[in-house]
Design a protein around this ligand. Structure first.
Ligand code: TYD
Length: 138
């Protein structure tokens, strides 16, 4: 059972170093985000209009950033849904485990940067929505 709700997510303002020739945002484990980073991956070349990520994780925590462009994240804890539009490289969505998520409405050229608390592990995924509801209800 995993009791996390969509209200356990948060939009984090990430620090940035501003320069005349561009900005830098640095994200450190246990400083800007509440977990140790084990993996970084990014989604790109996503065809406009397609959706990704219909799944939940049992343990994985993530920070999701629109490093370029924009997209929507639809979060679902089995009871409440919440939609968040990400469009800035200095704002990150912190997601605890145990939430169903879908990503859609990608702008052309968008890059979805993900910092993850664990290495890739297929057994951490719940890919069937009915199984997710059962998991949430214990
Ligand atoms: P998945 O997480 O299902 O992508 P999405 O939910 O965004 O559509 O991953 C798609 C494929 O990529 C799947 O076969 C597993 C593989 N993959 C890895 O091998 N390592 C990774 O770190 C990730 C995120 C995915």
């Amino acid at each position: 059972m995993n009791l996390t709700s969509v209200f356990d997510t948060s939009l984090l303002e990430l620090p940035f170093i501003q320069g005349e020739s561009g900005n830098i945002t640095a994200i450190n484990s246990m400083a800007e985000i509440p977990f140790d980073i084990s993996r970084v991956y990014y989604l790109y070349d996503v065809p406009g209009g397609s959706s990704r990520g219909g799944h939940a994780h049992k343990e994985l925590q993530q920070l999701i950033v629109a490093a370029s462009g924009s997209f929507d994240i639809i979060l679902d804890d089995g009871k409440v849904k919440r939609s968040i539009h990400l469009n800035r490289p200095d704002i990150g969505l912190y997601m605890p485990s145990g939430l169903w998520r879908e990503l859609d409405n990608f702008s052309s050229g968008a890059i979805c940067l993900v910092l993850a608390s664990h290495k890739y592990n297929e057994s951490d995924y719940i890919r069937d929505y009915d199984n997710f509801i059962e998991y949430k209800n214990g």
